[in-house]
Design a protein around this ligand. Structure first.
Ligand code: GUN
Ligand code: ZN
Length: 477
């Protein structure tokens, strides 16, 4: 029937495959085929899913689509026109909700930053009312910035994960999260009971995993804060329930590498600490992975695990420059994430900007016959950037059957980007004018100049959550 159907008409961009590392003029035919762009699209959503997407004129006369032909739907309730560019909602594959209130805290590297700001902040989450308040603010901020899905660290308190799942469920979001496991090298009030604390995870799995759009993620913080016994127990739980995800940190900072070598003298390297207990598998997200060699990259690729590249965090904490080129060369799955509060923004457009800048600094420079420097590698292109925030991040998390693009059957998480959001963006893109610039320039301008003002609308499972740039409360939708 036509009830609860939502129709949007306007420009729409999504990816059906990886568009590679080139600008459009240098793309292969396959890479170009990865991009689907409709200057005038019709998007039909019903019961939280995409029913149809395509060229407006073609779809508006189509009588073959089920359950109700688009032509009929368009007659019954004409689509609402959006002025910006529709895209799948962004996915943030690595972010800490308990660190929201210490975002932008000055002047420390990883381990000092954890001790000075992070651990004290996380201790407040023993209070479930505080956890619930922060969970609401956090998810509203994610949505305001166009991130409709995320993979999130809570704190070691089970109640912090309950608060987050509950708030995500209210908003209808696809959210994957877990309670942090840590049983050493942190303040006593944050430590859990090691292997025995997995009872908490089992209870959380029973309550939340697979409920609506929620998923549980086993979350050992990182090797230094877990005993070998806790890591082993996590590996056993993962083996017994292979549809669980796993998230942790890996090779972010040089002092951390030294510390891990001291704590695990029998392991051949940092990655091996996780591999030995079965924690590197195809639903594993390792945050950072900056200080790896090619052999380690190849091992990650072979297991099908992924690395979350968190460029604003890597710059903010001075951790290092992630080597995307080597990661891609060795076939590693990568995603792009904010890592707030190590990251300095929840805005994934900011992540793309920082990723581009990291690429500029990292790119190997070759010299031609005249001795002129030329880049050996391209910094992040807008195509790869927006692919990464959507389908690429979904693939890294093995969620590409649910989210990441707007093909029929996919969950209807849609955002509308506004290329005229600021006077400068409007001038740079000339969006909607006869002399509008090329789409790849519009996308690049959005990633370099855009912020939450450029996220005009946000739809979660077909329901509008942000409209005209303003977040809508549950009772308004
Ligand atoms: N390594 C261990 N814990 C953390 C954390 O909370 N943030 C970051 N960026 N790295 C970590
Ligand atoms: Zn992190």
């Amino acid at each position: 029937g036509a009830e609860n159907v939502s129709l949007l008409r306007g420009a729409l961009l999504h990816f059906v495959n990886d568009p590679g590392e080139c600008m459009e003029s240098d793309m292969s035919a396959n890479e170009r085929a990865a991009i689907e762009y409709y200057p005038d699209a019709l998007l039909v959503m019903h019961a939280g899913h995409v029913v149809a997407v395509g060229n407006y004129q073609a779809l508006a006369s189509d009588r073959t689509v089920t359950p109700t032909p688009c032509a009929e739907l368009v007659c019954l309730s004409p689509p609402r026109k959006v002025s910006g560019l529709m895209m799948p909602g962004f996915i943030d594959t690595h972010v800490h909700f308990p660190q929201l209130d210490i975002i932008a805290s000055y002047g420390h590297c990883l381990i000092d930053w954890l001790n000075t700001y992070t651990f004290p902040a996380e201790q407040r989450f023993v209070d479930s009312a505080y956890a619930a308040e922060v969970a609401d603010v956090f998810l509203d901020e994610l949505l305001r910035h166009g991130s409709t899905s995320a993979q999130v660290f809570a704190t070691s308190h089970a109640g912090s994960a309950d608060a987050l799942f509950s708030a995500a469920r209210t908003r209808g979001m696809r959210l994957h999260a877990g309670r942090v496991m840590m049983d050493r090298n942190a303040p006593a009030s944050l430590l859990d009971k090691g292997p025995a604390a997995l009872k908490d995870d089992e209870r959380l799995i029973a309550d939340w995993h697979g409920r609506d759009r929620l998923g549980y993620v086993l979350t050992p913080r990182f090797a230094p804060t877990s005993t070998p016994a806790q890591l082993k127990a996590a590996g056993e739980l993962l083996k017994s329930q292979p549809d669980l995800h796993l998230q942790t940190h890996l090779a972010e900072n040089l002092d951390e590498l030294k510390w891990v070598a001291e704590l695990f003298p029998d392991s051949r390297d940092y990655l091996a600490v996780y591999e030995e207990v079965g924690l590197s598998h195809e639903r594993t997200t390792f945050a950072h992975g900056i200080h790896l060699d090619d052999a380690m990259r190849a091992r990650i690729a072979e297991r099908g695990a992924s690395i979350a590249f968190c460029p604003t965090s890597n710059l903010f904490l001075g951790s290092g420059l992630f080597d995307r080129d080597s990661a891609r060369r060795l076939g590693m799955n990568i995603s792009i994430a904010t890592d707030v509060g190590g990251g300095s923004s929840l805005c994934q457009l900011e992540s793309l900007k920082a990723a581009y800048q990291v690429g500029q600094l990292h790119g190997a420079v070759a010299h031609d016959a005249d001795g002129l420097a030329a880049r050996a590698n391209q910094p992040l292109t807008p195509w790869q950037g927006f692919y990464q925030l959507t389908l690429g991040n979904a693939r890294a998390m093995r969620l590409e059957d649910s989210i990441g693009n707007l093909r029929p059957g996919m969950e209807a998480d849609v955002i509308v980007l506004e290329p005229t959001a600021t006077p400068l963006l409007a001038r740079r893109t000339r969006w909607g004018q006869a002399d509008q610039v090329a789409l790849e320039e519009i996308l690049f301008a959005l990633m370099m100049l855009g912020d939450d003002r450029a996220i005009r609308e946000v739809h979660v499972a077909g329901r509008c959550r942000k409209y005209s740039g303003i977040l809508m409360a549950e009772h308004e939708t």
